[in-house]
Design a protein around this ligand. Sequence first.
Ligand SMILES: C[S@@+](CC[C@H](N)C(=O)[O-])C[C@H]1O[C@@H](n2cnc3c(N)ncnc32)[C@H](O)[C@@H]1O
Length: 275
Amino acid sequence: MATDKLSSAGVLSPSVDAELLGCFVLGVPRSELAMLTLSDQPFPENKVGEYLLAVSRREKREPLQHITGIAPFRHLELQVGPGVFIPRPETEQLVQLAIEMIKDIQNPRVVDLCSGSGAIAIALATEIAGAEVYSVEASEQAFGFLERNYQKYGLDSRSAKNADLAEAFDELEGKLDLVISNPPYIPDAAVPIDLEVQLHEPSLALYGGEDGLDVIRRISSRALHLLKPSGLVLIEHSDSQALAISELLLTEGWLEVISSQDLAGKDRMISARKP
Ligand SMILES: C[S@@+](CC[C@H](N)C(=O)[O-])C[C@H]1O[C@@H](n2cnc3c(N)ncnc32)[C@H](O)[C@@H]1O
């Protein structure tokens, strides 16, 4: 019944969402819900109202993660909600690529520009032993989530700044090994079709000016200041922007500009080395 309702409302994964909302309301993992269903246990009567409310919110295309308050990201469970971008699976791959790119550097120093919930920064700080990870996020609301996520994973939020990407960590200029970012990159006129994104993700997290590359241009010049000689930049982008970003980086003087693909084989990440 919940699946049918969500399907009629245009939700892309209605049965998974109906199941995950059940898990959320009952406070059980998916495996346990499956066991309850298999053993024909009825949904607890005192939880039905809460479940129907959650389903009706999802029917109105509120993101699943806003209803549960949690977004999984690699090994993390991050707090999210209105005002902060929900981390995406493709960004998990960006983190994986970053880990591979800096695996031979002892105690690497990294900054995550446009950090949102802190997903990239927290993943790197908790997955790379000895890494010194900094983050910068402009939105006050998003930064509130970032601070809570830092706290949850025992990270020092003094290494995070609520600031414009170009106005933080001047003291680190010339000292970093990697600048990583999943910035806003959608062209202003290309409003996303998904209602969850269109209505619930903050505009500051999505749009990057007329060609979508305004923030990426700024990341390129900021990264040249922040990195050591031979330091690396790694940026996520849309599948139609690889060529334009590669030209932009080469014009700015970057070396070894390399595009990398997502699991669907599309160019979604670009890296380069500072001379
Ligand atoms: C696409 S979201 C990505 C968030 C996070 N990195 C992730 O992958 O989940 C982009 C983020 O950049 C932030 N942002 C936009 N412009 C910025 C700027 N000039 N300086 C710092 N952060 C900025 C937005 O508020 C948003 O949180």
